[in-house]
Design a protein around this ligand. Structure first.
Ligand code: FES
Length: 178
């Protein structure tokens, strides 16, 4: 699943079933599966819905109760498969009410930085864990070019981490927002 953004995604759009492509996968880490009995609230914004849909499938297969809410700018962007969909407004507008109603122990999210930061804030406020998949423009994908580095808080120190190789999934409490 991808969103048309430029040269690379236009190339992908032009592919036909059966065409050969050269690619590296899988790269990076993945979301963790919650502990038994925990409930998960999944929040996808825009094309960030892609990993949330797959995570929902995996969690359901593992018997983890989950709820996926997604937000899109307009009707043209909507991807089916969420339990609740917000079109036009922010997916974060009613998130506190959803947390109160569903009582999750963990939040998962993928989307723009502003949404991820809000997810981490609301998780911290409610004493919940959060795992977020960061979006970054990536050149090499294997931790070499350092073009996708973010800062992580680890104890009293700060670590530079590559979103492509150390992530894209990070604990919400670790990320230093710049
Ligand atoms: S894309 Fe090169 S280090 Fe992440």
């Amino acid at each position: 699943m991808f969103k048309l953004k430029g040269e690379g995604t236009n190339y992908l759009k032009g592919l036909k079933v059966g065409d050969d492509i050269d690619y590296l996968a899988p790269l990076g880490n993945m979301f963790t599966i919650p502990r038994a009995g925990e409930k998960a609230l999944l929040i996808g914004a825009g094309i960030g819905i892609a990993p949330m849909l797959y995570l929902k499938k995996v969690l359901t297969e593992h018997g983890v109760e989950n709820l996926l809410v997604s937000g899109f700018k307009d009707e043209d962007e909507v991807v089916e498969g969420s339990d609740r969909t917000v079109v036009g407004g922010s997916v974060m507008d009613d998130i506190q009410a959803l947390i109160d109603e569903f009582s999750p122990q963990i939040l998962y999210s993928c989307g723009p930085k502003v949404v991820l930061q809000m997810v981490c804030d609301v998780a911290a406020k409610n004493g919940l864990r959060a795992e977020i998949a960061m979006e970054k423009v990536m050149a090499c994908g294997i931790g070499v070019c350092r073009g996708c580095v973010i800062k992580l808080r680890q104890g009293d120190s700060v670590k530079n981490a590559s979103v492509c190789a150390d992530g894209p999934v990070f604990e919400g409490t670790e990320v230093i927002w710049e």
